[in-house]
Design a protein. Structure first.
Ligand code: FAD
Length: 437
């Protein structure tokens, strides 16, 4: 894997592989700290709306983070659907948990929604616009070799870009290249996890009464079904299904499919939303859990899906990835980092700070999928009781609300002073160190 090291390399502080939302947010934060950042992506981004739209729900915490980066001007600009209320049900079973944005008032006064539903294309466009002039982007580029370096030796990435062979050298290499991360594989970092033997069926749908800013999570034994309110009044739907069922449902005639979808959501949900009036194209993808065995080693860090790919049931993958970016930038805003941003002690600190959050969120997501997948006699009654108990226990709902809205994330970033945009002093110090000021 290690080739002869090139003499004529372009020098950077960080080389980030992957210009998805997580890699791009991290690049902006590094550049805000005064670092010289290179970003490599294999594919030119597409900001066009696809059918079905690639939609994600972000927490209030993630929105604050993106606002701090200047990548989220206002909710209208980025066409965000607001989740003001969440209904959690098990169709055909008693018990209901609801969470409302007004319940968060005691935790944080200015929270206006529990979550924000955005199209990936809008978010990426906004992040990439902010990156212009701040970072050096190599896209589209093909990676021909990666040497992730070690404590003594900088990392080196060789690419083919615009018909030329280019060598980049950096103190830190970041893998932000998604679930099948080449950076992770080339570094020999293994993963743990499993294939759920489930597919996610994704589509958009409009309902007769609209959504009234409510998100629905319908837990079914065969897999969860989520309905997320989009800015234009439609729902974005993610439905986890066994492979044969997913294939059957994705190809059946629309009217029949709409009735099946209504039945799966349950009468409690459809009474509120009204019947399904129309749907867009349907798309299926496999669901898996993949967690990297190491998040970092000297000169190398993994962020976003390269570090962890979760079941989309709790809508937490991107939120978790943005927290990786915030924490890595926090670690790299210390005095020591300015002299060597890939130093072993910093990478160790990053890995330790992320382990607990990733374990907690992946554990929570797994418990949800497992709890509602049990079909043993009596299991439905136990779940009904659990939902009712949760609804009646303010302390448990407070915990869920903090998680859903990402309020802990905001508090942690504020405590550590890493809310982007508030790093002016660090940025100036870093530029002085390099003799630029
Ligand atoms: C159906 C579905 C619904 C979801 N809903 C939610 C939700 O509601 N909320 C939420 O928080 N999360 C959600 N997620 C998870 C979320 O989409 C991901 O966690 C997030 O997109 C990961 O971002 P990333 O930047 O780490 O990776 P990616 O978005 O995968 O970006 C990786 C980038 O790396 C580039 N790349 C890959 N390989 C190479 C290479 N060899 N060389 C150069 N570049 C390369 C790619 O071109 C891409 O630009 C959902 C996921 C799915 C599938």
């Amino acid at each position: 894997m290690t080739q002869k090291r090139s003499q004529s390399a372009l020098e950077f502080d960080q080389i980030i592989v992957g210009a998805g939302a997580v890699g791009s947010a991290l690049a902006l934060q590094f550049s805000g700290l005064g670092y010289r950042v290179a970003v490599i992506d294999a594919r030119p981004p597409s900001y066009q709306s696809s059918d079905p739209e690639r939609v994600i729900a972000l927490s209030y915490g993630s929105r604050c983070y993106l606002k701090g980066l200047g990548a989220w001007q206002d909710d209208e600009d980025i066409a965000a659907g607001l989740i003001r209320r969440v209904h959690v049900t098990e169709p055909g079973n008693a018990g209901l948990v609801t969470m409302d944005v007004t319940d968060t008032k005691e935790m944080a006064e200015d929270v206006d929604a529990l979550g924000y539903v955005v199209e990936m294309g809008h978010l990426l466009k906004s992040l990439h616009e902010r990156m212009q002039g701040q970072v050096t982007l190599f896209c589209p580029a093909l990676i021909t070799n990666i040497d992730s370096g070690d404590a003594e030796k900088k990392a080196e990435v060789q690419i083919s870009h615009a018909g030329k062979h280019v060598v980049l050298r950096g103190s830190l290499l970041v893998g932000a290249d998604g679930t099948n991360s080449q950076v992770r594989r080339r570094a020999g970092i293994g993963t743990k996890g499993w294939d759920y033997n489930r597919f996610g069926l994704v589509l958009s749908a409009s309902c007769k009464h609209g959504h009234d800013n409510v998100a629905y999570e319908c837990f079914r034994e065969s897999g969860p079904l989520a309905l997320l309110p989009m800015a234009d009044g439609r729902f974005s739907i993610v439905w986890a299904l066994a492979p044969t069922e997913a294939m059957r449902l994705s190809t059946m005639p629309e009217p029949l499919f709409m009735r099946k979808l209504e039945k799966a959501a349950g009468s409690d949900v459809i009474d509120r939303t009204g019947s399904i009036a129309g749907i867009g194209k349907r798309f299926c993808f496999p669901l898996e859990l993949t967690i990297a065995e190491q998040y970092a080693r000297p000169r190398l860090a993994l962020v976003g899906n390269a570090a962890h790919t979760l079941h989309p049931v709790a809508g937490q993958g991107m939120n978790l990835g943005l927290r990786d970016a915030a924490v890595l930038a926090e670690v790299l805003s210390t005095e020591l980092a300015f002299s060597d941003p890939g130093a072993p002690i910093l990478m160790q600190a990053y890995a330790e700070k992320r382990r607990l959050d990733v374990m907690a969120v992946s554990g929570f997501t797994e418990s949800l999928t497992n709890l509602f997948g049990i079909s043993l006699p009596g299991a439905r009654q136990v779940r009904s009781l659990a939902l009712d108990t949760m609804q009646k226990m303010p302390s448990v709902r407070t915990l869920l609300l903090r998680q859903a809205a990402g309020i802990g994330q905001i508090e942690s970033m504020a405590t550590h002073g890493v809310i982007p945009g508030k790093n002016g002093k660090k940025q100036a110090e870093n530029r002085v160190r390099r003799g630029e000021l």
